[in-house]
Design a protein around this ligand. Structure first.
Ligand code: BV8
Length: 230
């Protein structure tokens, strides 16, 4: 059975990573327009850099939770039959042992050079405008996908959705496209669809089944079901 899982901020919430839209979430600290758009970066690069520098540094204080670990267990059991597509820019899927992870909105622990275009792992701050290791230009930006920018790996994601027997959405409000359109695409190609979320998302009604609860309870239970199934 081929499974595609889409995760959002809700899967990292119990690890202590703030979500975007719940009370006290990241967007509350900053207006979306202030930090997650190329226009904001062009107008006030230091505000945007400090927003991402703070989130990159905060990764050192968080750890994967039982939901991330359950997905890594599932991948260990089914291998290439599972693909995790994440909207998250944290590295908790990788740190829990998942190998097959697509970061459609990029990663905090990477930088992209606006001069030579190279994308590279990056763990340090960017706000002091360090030189690009490849070309030397002081032109590095966070390697995340902002509003109005094209998400990464859309071809691979759409191909996987087209071949999926089961699509599971975990911890996302379904507010942002094209990620939020994944359930419709998967269903159109005949996949069964399941939502695991703290509360019904915007698109809950598009799923064959929607379960509510914390990811650290719902995801291990669902993985146990899959691993004990036929
Ligand atoms: C694009 C990276 C063209 C950066 C992010 C008008 C209508 C429709 C669409 C648009 C429109 N105007 C513009 C658009 C397009 C726009 C968009 O969708 N805007 C929205 C706001 C209307 N999209 C874009 O610009 C995208 N690009 O469209 O390009 C294109 C498209 C396709 C092909 C070619 C060209 C790019 C969007 C990417 C933006 N970057 N992040 C960063 O991280 O700073 S978005 C960011 O918010 C996340 O990555 C995620 O995608 C998104 C939503 O966040 P969630 O992960 O869902 O988190 P949220 O807080 O919202 O929800 C958390 C959920 O978890 C909740 O439901 C909660 O109940 C639940 N939860 C909480 N705790 C738990 C839990 N669940 C379980 N357990 C818990 N413990």
């Amino acid at each position: 059975m081929r499974i595609v899982v889409l995760t959002g901020a809700g899967i990292s919430a119990e690890s202590g990573v703030p979500t975007f839209r719940d009370a006290g979430g990241l967007w509350e600290g900053h207006q979306v327009e202030d930090v997650a758009t190329p226009e904001a970066f062009a107008a006030q690069p230091h505000v945007v850099h400090s927003f991402y520098d703070a989130r990159r540094a905060a990764l050192r204080d968080v750890a994967p939770n039982d939901a991330h670990r359950a997905l890594a267990r599932l991948e260990a059991a089914v291998g290439d039959d599972l693909l995790v597509v994440t909207q998250n820019v944290d590295d908790l899927h990788e740190r829990s042992g998942s190998r097959r992870v697509v970061h459609m909105h990029g990663e905090l622990r990477a930088a992209r050079c606006l001069a030579c275009g190279v994308r590279q792992p990056w763990l340090d701050p960017l706000s002091h405008l360090p030189p690009c290791p490849r070309c030397g230009a002081a032109a590095l930006r966070p390697d995340v996908v902002w509003f109005g920018e094209v998400p990464y790996d859309m071809d691979r994601i759409e191909e996987a959705l087209g071949e999926a027997d089961l699509f599971v959405s975990i911890g996302t409000s379904g507010a942002v496209y094209p990620a939020a359109g994944s359930v419709r695409l998967a269903a159109a190609y005949g996949a069964r669809t399941l939502e695991l979320n703290l509360e019904p998302s915007v698109g809950s009604s598009m799923f064959d089944e929607a379960r509510q609860g914390p990811a650290t309870r719902l995801v291990p239970a669902w993985v146990a079901e899959v691993l004990s199934g036929p």
